[in-house]
Design a protein around this ligand. Structure first.
Ligand SMILES: [Zn+2]
Ligand SMILES: [Zn+2]
Length: 195
C-alpha cells in the first residue's frame, strides 16, 4: 500500500478509519465535560479538607510525594522480592511513608480512595506533589494502572483513559442520564464503549 488514497479502497481499512475517527470525535466531545468535572471534584476535596482543618481556603501542600503518603506495602506499587525486601516506590529515605506536614495529603488520598468505585486507585500513575496544582493528577488515579504515567492533561489521555475516569470515579454517578454500572449483568453505555 504505497499511497494514502489506497486506504479507501480496502474495506477493513475504511472501517478501521471510521471507527478511529468516531472514537476521536467522541473523545473531543467529552473533554470539556470530564475535565471540568475532575477539576470540580478536586476543588471540592480541598475545600472540605481546609474547612475541616480550619485552614485558609487556598492552603495546599506540594511537598508530599505519592510514596510519602502510602504505607509500605501498598498493593500495585510495592512488590515483595525475596523473603524480607520489597521492590517498591519507598526505595529511598526521601520516599519513606510519613505524615503530611499540613495533614492535608493523607485526607486527599482517602477521599480519592473513597470515591473510587473499586477502592483501588492507580497510585503508580499519579504524582501527589501535583495534586493541588493539576487536577488531572487526581483524575489519573481513576485510570488503568498501566500506560498513563507520562500523561499530564486530558489532551494527552486516550479514549479509554477518559472513559475509565467516568466509570471509576463516583463523582460522575449523578452527572449521567443513566446509572454507571461497570460490573452489572447489563453493562452501562460507558462500559460498552470500552469493550
Ligand atoms: Zn513500598
Ligand atoms: Zn502533604
Amino acid at each position: 500500500m504505497a499511497r494514502l488514497g489506497d486506504v479507501f479502497g480496502v474495506k477493513e481499512m475504511t472501517n478501521w478509519l471510521k471507527a478511529w475517527l468516531a472514537l476521536n470525535i467522541t473523545k473531543d466531545g467529552l473533554h470539556e465535560f470530564v475535565d471540568r468535572e475532575v477539576k470540580q471534584f478536586k476543588t471540592g476535596i480541598y475545600q472540605n479538607i481546609t474547612s475541616t482543618l480550619g485552614l485558609s481556603a487556598n492552603t495546599t501542600c506540594t511537598s508530599c510525594l505519592t510514596a510519602n503518603i502510602l504505607p509500605c506495602p501498598t498493593q500495585g506499587v510495592c512488590k515483595k522480592s525475596g523473603r524480607k525486601s520489597y521492590i517498591c516506590m519507598h526505595d529511598t529515605p526521601s520516599k519513606r511513608y510519613r505524615p503530611c506536614p499540613l495533614s492535608i495529603c493523607e485526607k486527599v488520598r482517602d477521599d480519592i480512595k473513597n470515591d473510587h468505585r473499586f477502592n483501588g486507585p492507580s497510585w503508580k500513575n499519579t504524582c501527589a506533589e501535583q495534586w493541588a496544582c493539576n487536577h488531572w493528577q487526581i483524575g489519573k488515579c481513576f485510570m488503568p494502572p498501566d500506560g498513563y504515567i507520562g500523561v499530564t492533561s486530558i489532551r494527552d489521555t486516550d479514549f479509554n483513559g477518559v472513559i475509565s475516569v467516568m466509570l471509576n470515579c463516583k463523582h460522575f454517578d449523578n452527572l449521567m442520564s443513566f446509572s454507571i454500572a461497570p460490573m452489572s449483568v447489563s453493562p452501562c453505555l460507558l462500559s460498552k464503549v470500552t469493550i
